[in-house]
Each structure stands twice: as C-alpha cells, then as structure tokens.
Write a protein that binds this ligand. Structure first.
Ligand SMILES: *Cc1c(COP(=O)(O)O)cnc(C)c1O
Length: 436
C-alpha cells in the first residue's frame, strides 16, 4: 500500500491479453491456500500492471480520477473497521460525518437546509434512485392507476447513458428534447412540452446535466428549473461530473439554477478527488425519498423505532448494506480544507482552456467547442474514425497518455478530460505533438 501511494509518477499501464492473465491465475484458488506473500507478488507484478491507472496524470479519457492520499488512506481505515453504513443505529458516527459532507455540498448548491441524502456507488445508481423517487412522487400526486401510457421524463440527447438506462428500468418513457446547440434550455424544454402529444403519458420530470460527460456542457439550469416548477415536474440535476465546479469561482455562475433541483447527483470519485466508488445523492425534500426507499422488514423495524429522527442512509437510495463511502472524502476535506479543492478543480478548468488555445494555434487541429468545464473536443483535419483509434492505441502503447476517441455530431473526434491537478501542459504538448 505504501509503495502504491508513493509511486511518482504513477505508471499508466495498459491491458494485457486474456491468455497471459489466465496463465498467471491458473491453479491459484484451490482446496489448499497459498502463501499470502506469493499471492500478493502475483497481484503486484502481473495483475496490477494490467490495470490502467485512472489516477495517472496521463489518463485523459473517459473519466480520470485523482484521489488525494488522505482520502485513499482513510479508505483503508474504513475498510479495516468493517463499518456497516446502512443505519444510524449501526454507524451513527460514520453517518454524522458523511452527512457533514452532504450538508456542505447542499450548501454549495444553494439547496435548503432540510436537503439531505446519502452516498451511493456511482452516478448511475444515484440517477436511478432519484428518478424512482420522481416517479413515485408523481404517482402519489396524480393518484394514477398503474396501467395506461407510461409516464415520461424530458431529457436532452446529451444526457448521460445512465439516465436512459434508469428510465428503462423504471418503465418511464423519454420525451427527447431537441437541444439548443447541444444545451438543454428553458425554451427548448417548453417547445418540447408544447409539441408533446396530449394523449400520451404525462411528463413527470426533467433531467438536466450540470456538465455533460462527452463535452462538459452545462445546461440552462435556471430556465429548465423554472419550467419544471411551472409544470409541477420533478427537476433532477445530474452533476456527476460537473457539479464539482460548485467549488470553482471562475465557473460557479454557469451552475446558477442548480439550487432549484429536487434531486442532485455529484460523483466525488470524479472531480472531488475521492477514491472509487463514491457518488453523493441529495434531495430537496428527503422525506419523499424515505417514503420510496426505506425498506420494511420485521428485523429492520429497529432502524425506524426511535422517537427522535435518526438518519439511515439506506432510506434514501436503492440499497441496504453499504460501505460508509463518504468517509474518505470527509477525512480529506477536513484535512485539506475546501480552498485546496477549489484550486484543484480550477487547475483542470485552466488546463482545458490552455489546451483549447494550443488547438486553435495548431494548423492541423480544429477545436469543436470552447470548453465550459474541463473537457476538450477537437478534430485532426482529414482523419477517419480508424485514424483516431490507431492514434489512441499508439499513445497508450507508448505510455504517453490514455486518450479515447468519441463522436461529436455523428463524426469521430478526439476528447481530452482534465481533472488531475498534476496533469501538466508538458503532457498536453506531448500528446498534441503526435498530431503534427
Ligand atoms: C459519470 C457520469 C455518470 C455515471 O456515473 P458512474 O459513477 O460512472 O455510475 C452519470 N452522469 C454523468 C453526467 C456522468 O458524468
């Protein structure tokens, strides 16, 4: 553990063929055990090196990670302590600390004091749990029979894939909103609602992104939130990636309107420097979530048996047993202070802008959009999808960087994401220099 924590730089590493890994693992699990030192050696020398290090400053694709050492070390403390984070009864100390972090996030977002929720494994789980509450709350309100046309949820095309997956699981239909230059706005939502056929299911909620994953676009949260309120629709804000920018003064105003959210998701394992797996889920009115998610069983009556209000994280999402996965972030925030987090988030925003400038100056590159947060989309003139794939594979093989292609307006493009504060302009130049 000490060795991994002090690697500087963390090697990027890359995937290894299945055959080679199976060979290493063959016979390791059998009726008789092995020397732990030998098993650890196999992990260290073979398995761990076949894992791309998300916390490498050269990891610039999908979604990088940059957990603080304090958070990672405290994660080990939490593991060692076997904390069952389901209920106040079992883990009051841990839950109180997690709630301190949730209260900070709620305050940064401008949610009311009563706001609260819990930490879950990721944005996907958080989106599902929140939209389940949106659906059940609408059912209650409408006193609607469970048959008939499915209820609908307004979403933009740029919404994260986990939103569509949640809608499918919840038997909700999407009302696809045509965005205004890829941004979900109040007028775009109003136009979609006006055009929606009256005889199909009611539109009970809208999902806006506080930072789309593919391009880092922040939707018009004020406009969308206002219309949601007018129509009595649930307003869900997916800030899994971008809501960390609540801490960044240079872009905070872009998130205006986030305070209107009925539910809000922020993934600390992305841009709040926490280890996997950690997503914060907040509700404006937590009692609505409790009515949906609190589990009811004879042996669990004790969770809810107290006369004073106790906070059970298991009441606020689709889970019961859980790691106290908010604690590593709590420890790190207490150790470093929020100013250090603000600087770390600003570093990614600055590097994205700087990279956009380099791309503007580059004769063969075309910037596809000015970055709003820390994602940069661009094209190499004349390249096909295959060229991007080859370029990315070569960057990884040479351990220069982990970059993946994406698509923008249907065409292949390159995408860089900056959220590791140790990613340097030098690394960016190394990457761009391969495009001469
Ligand atoms: C990453 C992301 C998700 C999914 O989060 P996981 O933690 O990977 O489950 C959802 N929404 C947005 C906007 C994201 O960026």
């Amino acid at each position: 553990m000490r060795k991994r924590l002090t690697l500087d730089p963390v090697p990027l590493d890359q995937p290894v063929g299945e055959g080679a890994l199976h060979g290493r693992l063959a016979g390791l699990i059998g009726a008789q055990g092995h020397d732990p030192a030998e098993v650890l050696r196999i992990y260290d020398e073979h398995l761990s090196r076949a894992v791309i290090s998300c916390d490498s400053p050269r990891y610039l694709s999908l979604m990088p990670a940059a957990p603080t050492k304090a958070a990672v070390m405290f994660d080990m403390v939490v593991s060692s302590a076997s904390v069952q984070g389901a209920s106040w009864l079992e883990a009051s100390g841990a839950v109180a600390a997690e709630n301190q972090v949730l209260a900070l996030l709620a305050r940064l977002a401008g949610l009311p004091r009563e706001a609260g929720g819990c930490f879950v494994s990721g944005g996907t789980a958080a989106n599902l749990s929140a939209l389940a509450v949106a659906r059940e709350t609408a059912r209650e309100k409408r006193d609607r029979p469970t048959t008939g046309a499915p209820m609908r949820v307004a979403v933009g095309h740029q919404a994260h894939s986990s939103i569509m997956s949640a809608l499918r699981l919840l038997d909700l239909d999407p009302l696809l909103v045509t965005e205004d230059n890829h941004r979900l706005t109040g007028p775009a939502l109003r136009a979609a609602l006006d055009a929606a056929e009256r005889d199909t299911g009611p539109v009970i909620a809208v999902v806006a992104s506080a930072g789309t994953t593919n391009a880092g676009i922040v939707d018009d949260l004020t406009g969308v939130g206002r219309i949601a309120q007018e129509h009595g629709m649930w307003f869900h804000v997916d800030g899994a990636y971008g809501a960390a920018a609540l801490l960044a003064p240079s872009v905070r105003r872009r998130l205006a309107g986030i305070e209107r959210a009925d539910s809000l998701v922020v993934d600390p394992h992305k841009w709040l420097m926490a280890p996997y797996d950690c997503a914060a889920l907040l509700y404006r009115s937590p009692e609505l979530a409790r009515a949906v998610h609190a589990q009811d069983a004879e042996y669990l009556d004790i969770f809810h048996a107290h006369d004073t209000v106790r906070w059970n994280p298991s009441d606020y999402a689709h889970h019961l047993s859980r790691r106290a996965r908010g604690l590593p972030l709590w420890f790190s925030l207490a150790v470093h202070g929020t100013d250090a987090y603000a600087r770390a988030v600003e570093a990614g925003i600055w590097l994205a802008r700087h990279t956009a400038d380099l791309i503007h100056q580059h004769p063969r590159l075309e910037l596809l959009r000015e970055p709003e947060l820390s994602v940069v989309l661009f094209r190499r003139r004349g390249w096909s999808a295959d060229d991007y794939r080859k370029w990315c594979a070569d960057l990884l093989a040479r351990q220069i960087a982990f970059v993946c292609p994406t698509r923008w307006e249907g065409q292949a493009a390159a995408r860089l994401v900056f959220l590791h504060p140790d990613t340097t302009t030098g690394i960016v130049k190394e990457v761009l220099d391969t495009l001469e």
